[in-house]
Design a binder for this molecule. Structure first.
Ligand code: FES
Ligand SMILES: [Fe+2]
Length: 396
């Protein structure tokens, strides 16, 4: 959709917000830990005792499949001396969770079964030392957690505008298509999202995507924080090898309504994730800050449990196109992020086609008013200044 707006502010967040450790600490605490984060899919943890771990900033958690098939999430932190309880990204525990440090044993529901050498704790009250729970919700087969209570309601309320469209792909029935992909980028987490949040660069920077859906690309508002981009490919598309063969092989799954059989759609999950639906699969990916200049980007792809040879081939080709796109975006994020350290950088000057980028920055500013400042407060005053601005005081 092309909306020409004459009087909007074409600038984005100021450069300092991409290179301040004190700000990142606040972003993690006040935004990322208070929003729902996608950990994986129920099919990643099919059996009781299967777990997925998830680290974000200073916090670390894991999701555990229970004996009755349900899920619980806990801080991945032993109540004795803080060791990780489960190790690695994914795994399985038999019957109980055993801390690898001194061997305290926890039940699947998080209660402490017992300490090693309990006689060495004169008065240990087991009921006081269970694993600390983390809020969890399963939405359409995807497992979300939230470390701190936040401004959003439940996942199902937040993502309700997407439910019918993503639901058409039968997400509960999907299974992992291989291992997660993980990359580490030398950029602030916001730079990853900035590149991702606009389609203005597609024609220039993504030859395969441009070849695939070209000018059918559109950005559509689905409500506050809810931004969707869509492109539909044409029968004859395919100057490039991978696109030509993809278009030939991709027939879509028979359950899909006609209008989704040639559609690639990107559903933003505020503030740091996206679901992509293609006729062959659903993927999510997210960026997670490691430090102020480093982020992990992590994605997982899920496929239909029964797919024909042709569908498998189409999925593989769509993966190739998507991976090429990711590599191109990575370079753009690096250049954008490093430019903000240069004396020549004034700010962005955004096109109407980059309005989603601007809207995302507005959303962040609402949650963290300190982002409205053109110059950074002293690092030790970051939280205080932010609170004062939030309370309507202007003095900084
Ligand atoms: S830290 Fe877990 S048993 Fe000691
Ligand atoms: Fe891109």
């Amino acid at each position: 959709m092309n909306i020409h707006v004459n009087d909007w502010d074409r600038r984005g967040l100021p450069a300092w917000t991409y290179h301040s450790q004190a700000l990142l600490d606040l972003e993690i605490k006040e935004i990322l830990l208070r929003q729902w984060q996608i950990v994986g899919h129920v099919s990643d943890v099919p059996k009781a005792g299967d777990y997925l771990s998830f680290d974000l900033g200073p916090e670390r958690a894991f999701v555990l499949r229970q004996q009755d098939g349900s899920f619980r999430a806990f801080h991945n932190l032993c109540r004795h001396r803080g060791s990780r309880i489960v190790t690695g990204d994914q795994g399985h525990c038999k019957n109980a969770l055993v801390c690898p440090f001194h061997g305290w044993v926890y039940n699947f529901d998080g209660t402490l079964r017992g300490a090693a050498r309990p006689d060495s704790f004169a008065d240990l009250d087991r009921h006081k030392f269970g694993l600390k729970p983390v809020e969890l919700e399963v939405w359409m087969g995807f497992i979300f957690i939230r470390f701190r209570e936040g401004p959003q309601g439940s996942v199902s309320e937040q993502l309700a505008p997407y439910a019918a469209e993503i639901g058409a792909h039968l997400p509960e029935t999907l299974v992992p298509a291989g291992k997660p992909w993980v990359g580490e980028l030398p950029v602030n987490w916001k730079s990853v999202r900035d590149v991702d949040n606009e389609g203005y660069h597609v024609a220039m920077a993504h030859p395969a995507l441009q070849d695939l859906y070209g000018n059918t690309y559109e950005d559509i508002d689905y409500g506050p924080h809810m931004r969707v981009s869509k492109g539909t490919y044409r029968e004859g598309a395919g100057r490039l090898w991978s696109v030509r063969h993809y278009v030939k092989q991709s027939t879509g799954h028979s359950n899909l309504p006609r209008e989704r059989r040639r559609l690639w759609a990107y559903y933003g999950v505020f503030p740091n994730a996206v679901f992509i639906t293609t006729p062959e699969a659903i993927q999510f990916y997210q960026e997670l800050p490691v430090d102020v200049n480093r982020s992990i980007v992590r994605g997982m792809i899920y496929r239909y449990p029964k797919e024909s040879r042709q569908q498998r081939l189409a999925r593989y080709l769509s993966y190739r196109i998507d991976r090429a796109t990711y590599a191109e975006d990575t370079q753009l994020a690096i250049w954008s992020n490093e430019s903000m350290k240069s004396s020549a950088f004034d700010n962005f000057h955004l096109s109407d086609h980059e309005r989603f980028l601007r809207a995302h920055h507005d959303d962040l500013r609402k949650l963290l008013p300190v982002l409205t400042l053109d110059t950074p407060p002293a690092p030790e005053r970051m939280a205080e200044v932010n609170a004062a601005l939030g309370a309507g005081k202007t003095g900084t």
